[in-house]
Design a protein around this ligand. Sequence first.
Ligand SMILES: Nc1ncnc2c1ncn2[C@@H]1O[C@H](COP(=O)(O)OP(=O)(O)OP(=O)(O)O)[C@@H](O)[C@H]1O
Ligand SMILES: [Mg+2]
Length: 281
Amino acid sequence: MQGAPPQVTAPRKRRRLTDEVVIDVRDVHVSYDERSILAGINLVAYRGEILVIMGGSGCGKSTLLRSIVGAEEPLKGSVQMLGEEIYKLEEAPLNTLRKRFGILFQSGALYNSMSVGENVALPLREHTDLDDEIIRIMVKMKLELVGLRDFENLRPAQISGGMKKRVGLARALALDPEIIFYDEPGAGLDPVVAGVIDKLIMDLSQKVGVTSIVVTHEMGSAFRIADRMIMLHEGRVVAEGTPEEMRTSTHPLVKQFINGEPDGPIPLRRSRIDYAEDLLA
Ligand SMILES: Nc1ncnc2c1ncn2[C@@H]1O[C@H](COP(=O)(O)OP(=O)(O)OP(=O)(O)O)[C@@H](O)[C@H]1O
Ligand SMILES: [Mg+2]
């Protein structure tokens, strides 16, 4: 009996492991100097999924991450993480909550005065009573995960930008968090290392059930890893869906963004045009 013809490209099965909402952002508004950056953001993230957040440079993605993790209190709206209203918590329960999520900052944000190993050990020293020997072993394991096992004793100034990013990731993983926030994890990395980071994000989600919130501009990576995607524009979520839904979207903003088209509804800000003109003058 003849079977069905083989599928040329089997789509990766998109998963939602549970319906448990681990992040619930409602009507979040953030302004800087009276300039509105986030103008009523609503989103949820489910346990175990990889949620990709995309949007043009300067549209507020990093600001949104900062708001979710408790570092940028919204003027209006609410942020719930793991069942807690993050801006209503006292210091002690906030510290307990902080142990349950990790952040890979856009810049890596390492302490230059400390070695690579000490940077990764920092959350373990701040949030646990583990003794030095256990911490040393855990640091080795996390550095191994990001392919930097032998770099423990170097200073951030002695390693490349891409390596700093991976050290930042090892530090974000230090406490085995339930949720990890990644701000541009692949930026500045060569394609092979970026692929390794993508695989790590997927493994953490699929094998350990970690929830990942990933801000990225790299469309290849976004479509590889996402279970669900949202797109920000002018301070709002303008589109949301599975990678398949986004790829076939007829929304002009989504089409322009994922195809990298210069012309369309996403404007190049006047200030950036002025800047480019200044450079050329
Ligand atoms: N602390 C701050 N004070 C004043 N303005 C800020 C501050 N942080 C961000 N902004 C402004 O808010 C806007 C959004 O910044 P944000 O860093 O969130 O953008 P982004 O989407 O992450 O951009 P990119 O893709 O380039 O990283 C920008 O116009 C930025 O200049
Ligand atoms: Mg950013």
